[in-house]
Design a protein around this ligand. Structure first.
Ligand code: HEC
Ligand code: HEC
Length: 155
């Protein structure tokens, strides 16, 4: 929001900006482009940096804590009603990609259909991988789990 859309030479204005930090962690950078008819600087780029504190990942939890409030807003809710690639991106990718705690897609693909099904349904003991099956109180239906396996194997 700009305080005025017209500024004379040397005049000052205020730009109000809000950064949505939901689902963000750590250092984030946002830029604002200010365009005007200033002959010398028609475009000015303002940079906002912030360090979003993470209140969620400092303590140890049961693996299935991610299915409940407040964790589910990032770990479950975006996957509701989805399947296949979209579901993987919403619920799995945050842990299963290079540099994260879980194997990436290429490594997962090497597992058998049965190994995939068992780990996704039941979880993996002693890790932060919970059982996602609705049968065990998880958020995913059988058909969603099948769609994930098809996606991983077909990748
Ligand atoms: C604001 C979104 C958000 C919320 C809320 C959230 N997580 Fe996460 N979580 C992530 C992301 C993104 C990752 C992937 C790792 C990363 O990007 O640092 C992750 C990764 C994890 C991991 C894997 C270990 C790791 O550090 O990579 C665990 C375990 C986890 N979260 C548990 C929880 C628990 C328990 C809660 C609730 C107390 C929770 N998360 C709430 C976004 C969130
Ligand atoms: C909070 C982090 C986290 C989330 C979310 C998560 N996983 Fe995992 N997963 C792990 C960890 C850690 C392991 C154990 C290390 C490994 O084998 O990759 C694991 C193991 C697995 C395994 C077994 C790998 C093996 O070698 O036997 C499969 C399959 C798997 N996850 C699939 C998924 C799918 C599909 C999703 C989404 C529905 C998912 N995971 C969500 C962390 C996570």
């Amino acid at each position: 929001m700009v305080s005025s859309d017209h500024l004379g030479p040397q005049e000052e204005g205020i730009i109000k900006a809000t950064v949505d930090t939901r689902r963000k962690r750590g250092r984030i950078v946002k830029t604002i482009q200010v365009k005007s008819n200033d002959p010398e600087r028609p475009l000015v780029v303002l940079k906002l940096t912030a360090n979003v504190k993470d209140p969620f990942h400092n303590a140890a939890h049961e693996a299935d804590a991610i299915f409940r409030t407040p964790c589910r807003s990032c770990h479950v809710d975006r996957g509701v009603g989805r399947s296949g690639a979209a579901l993987f991106r919403a619920d799995c990718m945050m842990c299963h990609r290079r540099g994260r705690v879980g194997k990436d897609l290429l490594q997962l693909k090497k597992l058998s259909f049965e190994q995939l099904r068992r780990s996704i349904e039941d979880g993996v003991q002693g890790t932060v991988m919970p059982g996602f099956s609705a049968r065990l109180g998880g958020p995913l239906t059988e058909s969603q789990i099948r769609s994930l396996i098809r996606y991983i194997k077909g990748h």
